[in-house]
Design a protein around this ligand. Structure first.
Ligand SMILES: CCCCCCCCCC(=O)SCCNC(=O)CCNC(=O)[C@H](O)C(C)(C)COP(=O)(O)OP(=O)(O)OC[C@H]1O[C@@H](n2cnc3c(N)ncnc32)[C@H](O)[C@@H]1OP(=O)(O)O
Length: 224
């Protein structure tokens, strides 16, 4: 039973989503502090024990890859563990996305956990952020698809601990293929492109969607 069929479900679902987000906040703070810390070994050892105890608590009941998280709703676009935008993900900055007309705008600040070259973001992180933002723009255009190509041009390093502004828009729709372009800049200098990307996205046929995601959908409808 889930939030759609259980009368007490909506309140339970809201509470669980809030708890997932709060845990995500705590985990992100933990990951950042575990990266930034210069605490003595004694404190690291004590922290390790506490983290292992917390992991044991979470491990009591887990899902596998063929099950959707009970907090998620694909039709409403709720993906709480998305590693870029998910409020429940320890890996996500998280990137906040909004749509303004045909422009998709993302904002985030990357901490030390995302460091590549000293004091700057890892290049793979920039590609990850842009893949997500371009994918969102493509989806918002009404032609969702999967990334088949992502060309990334690194023009200047992306500073950590600095508010960032990302933008993306769809530039072409050609049958099943949609092209989108985007960029990363700092919020302070939004016109100076640090990283630019162009992505190609391909819409799935019904057969492809069933082949790739059928098991997950089946488990979702069994649960709901
Ligand atoms: C609100 C929600 C926001 C969501 C944001 C999500 C962002 C994140 C997105 C992702 O990370 S998706 C995960 C990474 N991507 C993948 O795992 C996709 C892997 N690729 C595939 O599974 C297959 O390529 C796919 C099922 C998508 C398509 O297979 P097909 O066999 O149908 O493709 P096909 O080879 O027939 O090509 C279809 C069209 O795309 C073109 N194409 C394919 N690969 C290409 C490529 N690499 N570069 C350029 N064009 C390409 C190809 O030329 C052709 O163009 P035409 O229709 O004009 O003939």
């Amino acid at each position: 039973m889930n939030g759609r069929t259980d009368p007490a479900g909506p309140a339970r679902l809201r509470r669980r989503r809030r708890a997932v987000s709060d845990l995500g906040d705590a985990l992100r703070a933990l990951v950042e502090l575990a990266t930034a810390t210069e605490a003595p070994a004694d404190d690291l050892e004590r922290a390790t024990e506490s983290v292992r105890a917390a992991a044991a608590l979470l491990g009591g009941r887990v899902r596998d890859r063929s099950s959707l998280p009970s907090t998620d709703d694909l039709l409403d676009g709720v993906r709480m563990y998305n590693p870029v935008t998910g409020s429940g993900s320890a890996l996500a900055p998280p990137l906040h996305i909004e749509q303004a007309g045909d422009l998709t705008i993302g904002t985030c600040t990357l901490g030390l956990a995302f460091e590549g070259p000293p004091s700057y973001a890892h290049g793979g992180m920039s590609a990850l952020l842009l893949d997500q933002l371009l994918g969102y723009a493509v989806s918002a255009s009404g032609h969702p698809g999967m990334t088949v190509r992502l060309d990334t041009s690194y023009r200047a390093p992306v500073p950590l601990q600095t508010p960032l502004r990302l933008t993306a828009r769809v530039t072409a729709i050609d049958g099943r293929r949609v092209t989108a372009s985007g960029a990363i800049a700092t919020a302070a200098e939004p016109d100076t492109v640090l990283v630019a990307a162009t992505g190609t996205f391909v819409a799935l046929s019904a057969d492809q969607a069933r082949r790739l995601f059928g098991a997950v959908w089946d488990s979702g409808s069994r649960a709901g």
